[in-house]
Design a protein around this ligand. Structure first.
Ligand SMILES: Cc1cc2nc3c(=O)[nH]c(=O)nc-3n(C[C@H](O)[C@H](O)[C@H](O)COP(=O)(O)OP(=O)(O)OC[C@H]3O[C@@H](n4cnc5c(N)ncnc54)[C@H](O)[C@@H]3O)c2cc1C
Length: 303
């Protein structure tokens, strides 16, 4: 650990926001992964900007983390700075039909706020366990809705540390990707455009979708949601099941018996076991059906 670098970091944000040798498994929903050299939780856009500029200057890599709900971190962890944009940057405000949220706000919190203001159109996102920053990058979606349907504009930091506001027509969002992802921008804030609706109906819809998730998804185990992207014209779960892989296990990692599209951490899995399971599932699905499965889950660190 470089003392000068740590000292420089604590000049940019409060000392309590800078951790060293921090186990990443405590910050990702898969509950696997080694430690990060530095783990910083900035409290403002300015702090994020200063921290990335410091990293660049010092030649130390950084990685942005939201709620870690789409991430597999290697057992060796991360040699660099994890910049967590989550609870300490999670303010939400509403003006008319527009909801402005800092990137660390959880989709569930935004959905609850929108429902409270009788704003409809965000129900689809209420059960996705990510931040709006992560969701904007990934163009997260569920039950027929996607972030691209509701995002009005996104404020980002470029790799050079420049602030940009990108309007919806320039966001270039596709299936689980966006211009933000392609350019490795850091999302700081998003504005969502919703429509006035009936509070009761909005809440009913959210409850209905929650019920669907609870019955269909293995929420009782740690995971990162759907492990693979949906290949056009197919259902991942069905392809995996047809390859005879329901319940297939590598060490503590398992293809969920409840929903084959989810790899779960059944019993203290290592990241290497999860990675190997993903590899074997892809290989066997390809052999069985000819369809190539690509991971939706992002990988961080060495595998
Ligand atoms: C039980 C379960 C159910 C799920 N269901 C769904 C679903 O229905 N639909 C769906 O789309 N996803 C689903 N997911 C996956 C996940 O919740 C989404 O992909 C979510 O958008 C990830 O957000 P996050 O904040 O957790 O991002 P993270 O996992 O922390 O990061 C994901 C990626 O986004 C980047 N990132 C995060 N924040 C920022 C930021 N502020 N600026 C720039 N880059 C950033 C990271 O660098 C990383 O590359 C599910 C996951 C779980 C565990």
């Amino acid at each position: 650990m470089k003392k000068e670098f740590y000292d420089a970091l604590i000049q940019l944000t409060e000392e309590k926001n800078v951790l060293t040798d921090e186990p990443l498994k405590n910050h990702v929903t898969f509950r696997v992964g080694g430690a990060a050299d530095y783990f910083v939780s900035p409290e403002s856009a300015e702090e994020v900007q200063k921290i990335i500029l410091l990293c660049k200057e010092a030649g130390i890599p950084y990685y942005i983390l939201g709620n870690g709900s789409n991430l597999l971190v290697s057992d060796q962890g991360y040699r660099g700075v994890i910049i967590q944009i989550y609870k300490s940057m999670s303010e939400i405000s509403v003006k008319g039909e527009f909801v402005t949220a800092q990137a660390g706000a959880l989709l569930s919190a935004i959905a609850a706020k929108a429902a409270g203001e009788s704003l409809a159109g965000f129900e689809f996102a209420s059960g996705i366990p990510g931040t709006i920053g992560g969701a904007a990058v990934m163009n997260a979606g569920a039950y027929g809705g996607e972030m691209k349907d509701v995002l009005e504009q996104v404020t980002v930091l470029t790799k050079e540390g420049e602030l940009l506001t990108i309007p919806r027509e320039e966001l270039d969002m596709g299936y689980r990707t966006s211009k933000v992802a392609k350019n490795q921008y850091i999302v700081l804030e998003a504005v969502i455009h919703l429509a006035h609706g009936e509070k009761e109906k909005i809440r009913e819809k959210m409850n209905e979708l929650k019920e669907k998730r609870t019955t269909k998804q293995p929420l009782e185990y740690p995971s990162a949601g759907s492990t693979f992207k949906r290949p056009e014209g197919y259902f991942v779960g069905k392809l995996i099941e047809e390859a005879g892989l329901r319940g297939f296990q590598v060490g503590g990692a398992q293809v969920s018996e409840k929903h084959c599209g989810f790899v779960i951490n059944k019993d203290n899995a290592t990241a290497a076991e999860v990675r190997e399971l993903i590899r074997q599932v892809s290989e066997r699905v390809k052999a069985n059906s000819g369809v190539t499965l690509e991971p939706e889950v992002k990988m961080l660190g060495e595998f």
